[in-house]
Write a new protein. Structure first.
Length: 319
C-alpha cells in the first residue's frame, strides 16, 4: 500500500492525535525562498496587506467595525500568553485588553487593536469575508476552481529536499537518496518570514467539530502557477484568501493546524501527504460578524442612548 493511500485510511484516526498547531508558509516551488513581498497582478495584493504577526503566530486585520479595529487569529495563538500586539509593515499596533471574543466555540478569536486615524491600517477598507466555501479544485485538471492564496509568518524551508525510506509497518523514517525513497519533503528552518503561496481546496470537511478547508502540500503542477503551499510553525492565524473571477479576493479561511504522518520527523513538510486545515470563514461568517458590532449598529446604539437620555431629562424637567 502506498503512503498516500494508507494516510487516507488513517486520517480520521490520526487527525487529533497527530495534528500540530501551525506557526512563512512553506512553498514547493524553486528554493522555497521566494514570495516574501506582496503578489503582483490584476487581483491586487491577494490579502498580503491584511496579514500580520501576533505573538508566536499570525493574524488577519478585519477592519474597523463599531468604531473599533479588529484582528482575527487562531484561538491557540491568542491564548499563548503573549501581548497580542499586531505587527505589520514595520508598525506595531497595541492590543486592547479585555476585548478578546471567542468565535462560536472554535479555535478562533477576534480582538481589538489601537489604530491611529489617517495612518497605516486605518487606510484599508474592511476585509471582505467569504459567504460561500471554496469550491474544491483538481490541480491535474484543466478546469480549476477557486484558487486560494495562503499567507502567514511561518518558518522558512531548506532549499533542497530531503528523501526518506519509510517503513509503513512500524513507521520508521530513514533518510536516503532519491532512488530508494518513498517519501520526499522539506526540513523547516528556525528562521521565519512572511510568505504567500497558492493552493486549492481538497475539500471542506469537519475536523475537531469545526468546518475546515483542507489543502495538500502537493507536487508542483504544470499549469502556469505553482499550487503547492503548506502551513508551518508560525502560520497559525494566517489568512487563506479566495481569488474571485472579478479580480478581487476575500477571506476564506484562517489556518489552525497541520496533520502529520506517524513518527514523521519534526518540523518537516511531506509532499503529497502533509495537510493544512483552515477554519472555513463562510461557515461561521455570521458568528464572526455578530462578535464584532457593525458600524451601523454601533452608531444606532449611541444615538439611541443619547435620545433616551434626552427624553428622560426632558421628562424630569417638565415634572
Amino acid at each position: 500500500m502506498s503512503i498516500r493511500n494508507l494516510w487516507i485510511f488513517l486520517l480520521v484516526v490520526l487527525t487529533v492525535a497527530s495534528s500540530t498547531s501551525s506557526f512563512a508558509v512553506v512553498i514547493g516551488s524553486g528554493t522555497g525562498a521566494g514570495n516574501t513581498s506582496a503578489p503582483a497582478g490584476s487581483s491586487g495584493d491577494l490579502g498580503w496587506g491584511y496579514v500580520g504577526m501576533v505573538n508566536g503566530g499570525s493574524g488577519v486585520y478585519l477592519g474597523s467595525y463599531g468604531g473599533a479595529n479588529w484582528v482575527l487569529t487562531a484561538g491557540h495563538v491568542y491564548n499563548d500568553g503573549g501581548n497580542r500586539n499586531f505587527s505589520i509593515n514595520g508598525a506595531v499596533y497595541q492590543s486592547v485588553s479585555g476585548t478578546g471574543t471567542n468565535i462560536a466555540g472554535l479555535d478562533l478569536y477576534a480582538y481589538q487593536i489601537t489604530v491611529a486615524s489617517g495612518t497605516g491600517l486605518s487606510l484599508l477598507a474592511n476585509l471582505s469575508l467569504s459567504s460561500a466555501s471554496p469550491v474544491p479544485g483538481n490541480p491535474n485538471s484543466s478546469t480549476l476552481s477557486d484558487p486560494l492564496c495562503m499567507i502567514g509568518f511561518g518558518r522558512d524551508r531548506a532549499s533542497n529536499p530531503t528523501y526518506w525510506s519509510v517503513n509503513t509497518t512500524n513507521w520508521t523514517w530513514t533518510e536516503t537518496n532519491s532512488g530508494s525513497a518513498n517519501a520526499v519533503g522539506f526540513q523547516e528552518l528556525s528562521s521565519r518570514s512572511k510568505r504567500w503561496g497558492y493552493n486549492y481546496a481538497d475539500q471542506v470537511t469537519t475536523v475537531n467539530d469545526s468546518s475546515m478547508i483542507q489543502t495538500t502540500f502537493r507536487y508542483s503542477v504544470n499549469d502556469g502557477t505553482i499550487f503547492s503551499t503548506q502551513a508551518a510553525v508560525g502560520d497559525s492565524g494566517g489568512g487563506v484568501f479566495k481569488l474571485l473571477d472579478d479580480g478581487t479576493y476575500e477571506l476564506a479561511g484562517v489556518m489552525v493546524l497541520v496533520t502529520t504522518l506517524p513518527n514523521q520527523p519534526a518540523n518537516t513538510a511531506i509532499l503529497n501527504n502533509s495537510l493544512t486545515y483552515s477554519i472555513d470563514v463562510a461557515s461561521y461568517r455570521s458568528s464572526i460578524l455578530d462578535s464584532i458590532p457593525e458600524p451601523g449598529e454601533f452608531w444606532l446604539l449611541i444615538l439611541g442612548g443619547g435620545f433616551l437620555a434626552w427624553v428622560l431629562l426632558r421628562a424630569k424637567t417638565q415634572n
